[in-house]
Design a protein around this ligand. Structure first.
Ligand code: 6PG
Length: 241
């Protein structure tokens, strides 16, 4: 029996279908409980298929988008029309296919300096939530170097204890990013890691098996204060756990 909170699916397609069903279930549970579902979407390639499924007729018709509020757990600091933009990726794979009110979409601002945009996004989150800032779900991916969101190893954002959103220079990518910090991620009611592919097997095992690494991978510092972590993996990514 694998550890609770870890589900393993045959391949990336099965993983994405499972994640789509999970999204629908969580969405209805939260809306039944408090009238809305507030989710932070992750970027990168892995969640693309999930977003396509959520925008497809079978899932789309089962999601009350009027009660769903979308944020981004991190964003590349490029225009929303740029090929690298996580907003553009979600727009092309999901937003273009659903009727969600514009007012429910909280894209990360990218006009101005990265620092000012991070501050603006944090203010947006404070204004949206008020006192109790708790995302119902935060979707996260996992990089081979143990990063998640834009919490890259060795960057100051990993040590951030107060701010909820911060700018971070991604040296390898030679670009600024804007990311949720650990204090914000760890407040979430539910954190979902969506990871696929054999190239992730080693890092998945290190994180799930709490391998002692110094300094720890940023993804090992994702520890929800009151919420839960769900790992949704394909067989390749789960090969070493
Ligand atoms: C991003 C993501 C990043 C991503 C991982 C995994 O903006 O790229 O937030 O943290 O989730 O790098 O990326 P893949 O899903 O492309 O492997």
């Amino acid at each position: 029996m694998k550890n609770p909170g870890i589900t393993i699916w045959k391949d990336a397609e099965a993983l994405s279908i499972a994640a789509a069903h999970f999204f629908v279930a969580e969405c209805h549970r939260c809306i039944a409980k408090k009238g809305k579902f507030v989710v932070a979407l992750s970027g990168g390639n892995t969640p693309k298929r999930l977003y396509q499924l959520l925008g497809s007729p079978d899932f789309n018709c089962n999601i009350p988008w009027d009660n769903v509020f979308l944020f981004w757990s991190d964003e590349r600091f490029v225009l929303h029309t740029d090929a690298d933009s996580n907003y553009r990726m979600v727009k092309e794979n999901l937003l273009n296919y659903i009727s969600i009110p514009e007012k429910n979409i909280f894209a990360t601002p990218v006009n101005g300096t990265a620092k000012d945009c991070a501050k603006e996004y944090e203010q947006t989150i404070h204004t949206f939530f008020g006192k109790k800032i708790v995302f119902d779900s935060v979707l996260l991916g996992l990089g081979n170097d143990g990063h998640t969101a834009s919490l890259f190893p060795g960057t100051t954002i990993v040590k951030e204890k107060k701010k909820l959103v911060k700018e971070v220079w991604a040296e390898e990518k030679k670009t600024w990013r804007i990311s949720f910090t650990l204090p914000l991620i760890n407040r979430a009611a539910q954190i979902i890691f969506l990871v696929a592919g054999k190239e992730k097997a080693a890092v998945v095992a290190s994180v799930i098996n709490h391998k002692k690494i110094n300094p720890a991978f940023p993804s090992q510092l994702v520890k929800p204060e009151k919420g839960t972590i769900c790992w949704m993996l394909d067989e390749e990514a789960a090969a070493n756990i």
